[in-house]
Design a protein around this ligand. Structure first.
Ligand SMILES: Nc1ncnc2c1ncn2[C@@H]1O[C@H](COP(=O)(O)OP(=O)(O)O)[C@@H](O)[C@H]1O
Ligand SMILES: N[C@@H](CCC(=O)OP(=O)(O)O)C(=O)O
Length: 379
């Protein structure tokens, strides 16, 4: 087995065959059909390709969707349920079926797989993500292909990825993968939805390369959840934290992993951030907004100062201490996201007041900052 966790200099798609560790994500639309559940043919042909990659010495983590879609047929559900409880039930039935098929298909190639079900919390909180990291690393060291999905059966609306594209980007970040490959039923990002006759975007080096892209709804039978929007978001999130990403179709998996010119390549840019900061910047659902005066905008924009009550000129939304909020300038443009130390009920009385004044009022329990610099990410 190759040494891992060394930056392997994967900068172009042609470098992919010499990656040490990659995360491949496959979507529901590539694995399942509405009427028949899991497509045996689609799953085995994907596994044939992935097993070959694994056998060539590349450490592979598969993030596979499809639990909910696979549970529809056995439960006689005609379409993807909208309510959380039925989605949870479908996932519970489908996840077992999905893993049974993967276990069988990989074992035909002599490859052992292991199921890893993650919730958002597992990737955000330091102690938990250290735990997830250890388990994934051990599986890889034992030569196992971990197959990851969201723990849909116990996930709640509040703390849920909902789509595996961004989950896969966080997993790639967590395991320090050399590249992230997002597979679905469309061969690349197009500048307009494929049914509207778009042109393939071959490469994204900066945000402007996506400026003309128009994203439509999910294609096919509507089995997928995220559509192209979450793939672009996940690939961008990954690239911005230093891990290149490739968006292509399952049919192109072999060509993509061989480094051929397929799909849309998101080149790596930016430096590695903590998984928690990545979550805060791209994933956390915000509960409210804090509006700042010009002085406070200047202070936090340097990236070294916490947000103090004196610079806040408006509070909106309903949130508790610890929730994520958006932080805007006086004109309402979003400049940052952060975890707030006070609830929306407590904050209005504090606005514009100095920390000294508040400290006298609130005594020793007074937490000086409304958002601590370590809980703040500029966007
Ligand atoms: N600009 C675009 N470029 C490419 N695909 C797009 C675009 N806009 C919408 N799509 C649709 O996104 C779909 C892929 O998303 P989705 O069905 O959620 O996949 P998965 O289930 O594999 O995650 C494609 O079927 C495609 O029709
Ligand atoms: N965790 C869900 C997958 C949700 C999801 O991201 O679906 P998709 O857009 O098909 O990748 C499931 O297994 O059904």
């Amino acid at each position: 087995m190759k040494a891992t966790n060394q930056p392997s200099g994967i900068t172009q798609r042609t470098d992919l065959p010499r990656a040490s560790r990659i995360v491949v994500k496959v979507g529901s639309s590539s694995l399942t059909t509405l009427s028949g559940g899991i497509s045996e043919e689609a799953l085995s042909s994907l596994v044939d390709r992935l097993a070959a990659v694994h056998t060539s010495g590349i450490e592979l983590i598969l993030v596979s969707s499809g639990a909910i879609a696979a549970g529809l047929a056995p439960l006689d559900l005609g379409r993807r349920p909208r309510d959380l409880a039925t989605q949870q039930a479908a996932a519970s039935v489908g996840q077992g079926l999905l893993m049974a098929r993967y276990t069988q298909a990989f074992s035909a190639h002599g490859v052992t797989v292991g199921q890893v079900l993650l919730s958002a919390d597992d990737l955000i909180r330091r102690r938990q993500y250290a735990n997830a990291f250890r388990a994934l690393n051990r599986l890889l060291a034992l030569g196992v292909v971990p197959i990851v999905n969201e723990n849909d059966t116990v996930a709640t609306h509040e703390i849920r990825f909902g789509d595996n594209d961004r989950l896969a980007a966080l997993v790639a970040h967590l395991v320090k993968a050399d590249a992230l490959v997002l597979l679905s039923d469309v061969d690349a990002v197009y500048d307009a939805p494929p049914n509207a006759g778009g042109v393939r975007v071959p490469r994204v080096d900066r945000d402007e390369d996506l400026a003309s892209v128009r994203v439509g709804s999910t294609g096919g039978a509507g089995l997928g959840t995220g559509g192209m929007a979450t793939k672009i978001e996940a690939a961008t999130m990954s690239a911005e934290s230093g891990i290149p990403a490739l968006v292509t179709s399952t049919a192109n998996a072999a060509a993509a992993l061989a480094g051929e010119d397929v799909g849309t390549w998101f080149s790596a840019r930016g430096v590695r951030r903590s998984t928690r900061m990545l979550w805060l910047a791209h994933l956390a659902s915000t509960r409210g907004r804090l509006k700042l005066d010009a002085g406070a905008v200047r202070a936090i924009s340097a990236g070294t100062a916490s947000l103090l009550p004196a610079g806040i000129i408006g509070v909106s939304g309903s949130f508790e201490a610890g929730d994520a909020v958006e932080i805007t300038d006086a004109a309402g443009a979003i400049i940052a996201r952060g975890l707030v130390n006070f609830s929306s009920a407590e904050l209005p009385q504090m606005l514009g007041r100095t920390t000294q004044d508040l400290g006298e009022d609130l005594g020793s329990q007074f937490e000086r900052s409304v958002v601590h610099v370590d809980d703040l990410v500029l966007v």
